[in-house]
Design a protein around this ligand. Sequence first.
Ligand code: GTP
Ligand code: MG
Length: 240
Amino acid sequence: MILLPTLDEAQGLAQILPRIPVEQLSKKGWEIEILVIDGGSEDNSKEIALSHGCMFMLQQGKGKGAAMRLGFHLFLKSKCDSLVMFDPDGTYHPEEMLKLLSKLNHADVVVGDRLRGAMDPDAMTRTNYFGNHMLTWIAVALYGLPMNDLCSGYWAFSRRALSTFKLNSMRFEIEAEMYTSCAVEHLGVAHVPISYSKRLGEAKLGSVKDGWNIFRKLLVRRIFTTPHEGRLGEGNLTVR
Ligand SMILES: Nc1nc2c(ncn2[C@@H]2O[C@H](COP(=O)(O)OP(=O)(O)OP(=O)(O)O)[C@@H](O)[C@H]2O)c(=O)[nH]1
Ligand SMILES: [Mg+2]
């Protein structure tokens, strides 16, 4: 299954969906289902997703973290073995999912590494570049599990990994929380250098506010290793 979170990503979806390497994947024996989880787009993301044969689901409420958790929940109910997620905003290259999937033979989780990959010069602002390095460094200092690019939006998972994760992130702290869950549950994590390009459409992440939330999540999970179950919030599903 391929999971794509969207909030007004019509431009990105139109560019990305035709580039998903369906033929190469099916030659390798992978059957593909594409699931778009949308946070209430006001553009024509829905029409574009449906016209490319994707499943489309509107999440309750907002937030990338809540959307991903809903996607994980639906994946666990499906018959698929593996899941690839990436942000369909034109930054990640769908062609590279083959590299990630091939590493799933040896790991439960594979993370696309932008910081050691081929990054276009205008793809990431200086603030985000610095913030991504800082947060990755802090994560490794706190948890000890090697990580090259904590906030990457390109991951592949085995079913075992997703059934083990315990997550409650609502927004952009979801990737950091997945990393902490890998460390706590002793999941095998592999890294693959990936390309990164300038996004199409508008960014939804606020560097400082979301950077702070990611930092806070790293600290909280270091103390309370599993999420608080009673936490309320729209779209808040605990994946088990
Ligand atoms: N379903 C859903 N998706 C969201 C929501 N907010 C953001 N997204 C998606 O999450 C992905 C990441 O958001 P971005 O704004 O690209 O954040 P980013 O990649 O850290 O920032 P940039 O480097 O500026 O692209 C994108 O595909 C968004 O469309 C939301 O509330 N719900
Ligand atoms: Mg992005």
